[in-house]
Design a protein around this ligand. Structure first.
Ligand code: PAF
Length: 282
């Protein structure tokens, strides 16, 4: 497995690849990331993973500086999974100048839910993913990239980006990997204290309950949903969480659902200082 830092080295290493497969990450890899790598491996002739903590997608008060950086351990895990090439750019490699040209996703998708509570987040994600795609796939007729469904809205934003820019990249979603108690794996779980870790499953349980109630009201969903969502929010608050949203949306575009739509329940909430997200297709 080769480890490269600059876009030039990356392109050199990929010169003979016809159809790379790619998993972008911010490092601090856990079983969820490794599942993405396993899914990506057979999708191309050279499996590339990137490790880059992208400043553009963090708000000023967020955890950019403290985000765990564990490059050596990450590379060992990637090598064990059969990854061929790691792209671990320094900030100056990916952003040699301030990145003033950016990709702004459609507001109807990019400014709701995560985008509402983390303004600019999806612009930061779309911009870095576009740059990573251009670094890995430039000159290739075809490629594949795998993203986790844990970041459900992010996966939708990336699908839209690829479609709108006609990029020859197949985007694959990977199922959420959960701990034994059901907590979705996330690098940010490492911030939880022992007590918080025990309590963290409550977010998933709240989504499951909300999903069940939504299904029970499927005949008049639009009418019942605001009250169901408000109650779910209050219940989680009463347990000491600070929820941003708990909501049932149409899977297709994350808009308010109507009876008969395929649904996804999504939530984001802070437990102490840690902000967790989760979702559930129902
Ligand atoms: O999901 C992530 O880890 C990041 O948002 C991504 C896609 C690597 C872009 O920085």
């Amino acid at each position: 497995m080769k480890i490269v830092h600059s876009i030039e080295e990356l392109r050199l290493q990929l010169a003979n690849a016809q159809c790379p497969s790619f998993v972008p990450t911010m490092g601090n890899l856990h079983a969820g990331h490794l599942a993405l790598v396993r899914q990506a491996k057979p999708l191309g002739d050279c499996m590339v993973a990137s490790i880059f903590v992208n400043r553009l997608q963090f708000l000023p008060h967020e955890d950019f500086d403290s985000y765990p950086r564990t490059l050596q351990e990450d590379c060992a895990k990637l090598e064990a999974e059969g990854c061929d090439l790691v792209f671990a750019p320094r900030e100056s490699d990916l952003y040699p100048q301030p990145q003033t040209v950016k990709v702004h996703p459609d507001a109807s998708l990019g400014d709701i839910l995560e985008g509402h509570f983390r303004p600019g987040f999806f612009t930061g994600v779309s911009t870095v993913v576009m740059k990573l795609f251009m670094s890995v796939f430039a000159g290739k007729a075809q490629g594949a990239a795998v993203f986790g469904k844990k970041d459900y809205q992010q996966l939708m934003v990336i699908r839209q980006l690829v479609k709108q820019f006609a990029l020859p990249i197949d985007i694959h979603g990977s199922e959420i990997i959960r701990a034994e108690d059901g907590l979705a794996l996330s690098s940010r779980n490492g911030y939880l204290s022992e007590t918080e870790r025990q309590q963290a499953i409550e977010l998933h349980l709240a989504l499951r309950d909300l999903g069940r109630q939504a299904q029970a009201s499927a005949h008049a969903l639009a009418e019942h949903l605001p009250a169901l969502e408000a109650r779910a929010l209050q219940d989680l608050q009463a347990r000491g969480w600070q929820p941003d949203y708990l909501t049932v949306r149409r899977r297709e575009d994350l808009q308010i659902p109507q009876a008969g739509d395929a649904l996804v329940v999504l939530g984001a909430a802070r437990l102490g200082k840690t902000r967790l997200i989760d979702n559930l297709e129902i």
